[in-house]
Write a protein that binds this ligand. Structure first.
Ligand code: UDP
Length: 257
């Protein structure tokens, strides 16, 4: 089915194909999982579909509150049509509760509520292991201008406020998340839009009552039950019907004769 498409790029969890019109791209969500700068790898059947559906939902809701995004529409369960953007080489991490690398670096207990939300920047560079960088590094090396940084920080705070409330309403704590932005060129104009994805692969989500992890830490820490946890996030968001089962199997060939 995909044989006639032109592949632009294959990343760790997604494949990008040329879109049907200039300035569009098709994003295919793979079932591949990686962690620790791709040192740990696995294929987790059903993960790509859940991430596509959760990301579609969150990008649509964010669009409704005025956050510009690259998202146009979903094409099927695993693929979406997006606007072609020039990705800014930064991972923008927003944290509400100490976990992961921050807890380790500063010797904080996981679960420690931060005095206020914190924004961090990491330079997207696999060979360097995505080092943390400051605003000074970003502007002096020209990865983003001071105005672009300002835009990204404003959007990151709005996204955090909105998603914190959205998840709290369904019994989930938004511990932290990573987002990426891109430059969208339209006529002679350029603006910064939210790009990539927002899914349990890029967020830390804890059940409010049990503190159960409902995110990629289940894979990082070999806890199992990843698809079930992502499915539960989708179910609580109302994306998946209560009786819908996690999609585990790949499409099968149906014999017609
Ligand atoms: N994150 C991500 N991609 C990365 C690094 C981090 O999506 O390459 C997300 C991660 O899932 C978490 C947040 O960003 O929700 C903060 O991650 P952290 O810095 O604690 O790094 P980790 O512990 O994942 O190495």
């Amino acid at each position: 089915m995909n044989s006639r498409r032109t592949r632009i790029y294959e990343g760790k969890a997604k494949i990008l194909y040329e879109g049907p019109e200039p300035g569009t791209v098709i994003v295919h969500f793979k079932d591949d999982a990686t962690a620790f700068n791709a040192e740990k790898k696995a294929v987790i059947e059903g993960k790509g579909v859940l991430n596509q559906r959760i990301s579609e939902y969150l990008f649509s809701r964010l669009n409704e509150i005025g956050i510009p995004t690259h998202f146009i529409r979903s094409l099927n369960m695993r693929e979406q049509l997006v606007r072609e953007v020039e990705i800014i080489p930064l991972e923008v991490v927003v944290r509400n509760i100490a976990a992961g690398s921050l807890a380790k670096k500063l010797g904080l207990e996981e679960g420690h509520v931060l005095p206020r939300s914190i924004i961090e920047f990491y330079y997207k560079n696999d060979a360097l292991g995505d080092p943390m960088v400051s605003e000074e590094h970003i502007t002096s090396f020209g990865w983003a201008t001071p105005m672009e940084l300002d835009d990204m920080m404003h959007m990151a705070i709005r996204i955090n406020d909105f998603m914190t409330g959205l998840f709290l309403g369904i019994g989930i704590k938004l511990v932290d998340f990573k987002i990426e932005f891109g430059r969208l060129f339209e006529n002679d104009m350029m603006r910064i839009v939210l790009a990539d994805e927002i899914s349990p692969d890029s967020c830390r989500l804890w059940d409010t009552k049990t503190l159960d992890k409902m995110d990629k830490d289940r894979f990082r820490r070999d806890m199992g039950g990843l698809v079930e946890a992502y499915h539960e996030v989708a179910r609580r968001l109302g994306i998946i019907q209560p009786n819908e089962q996690p999609e585990r199997s790949k499409p099968k060939l149906v014999k017609t004769d």
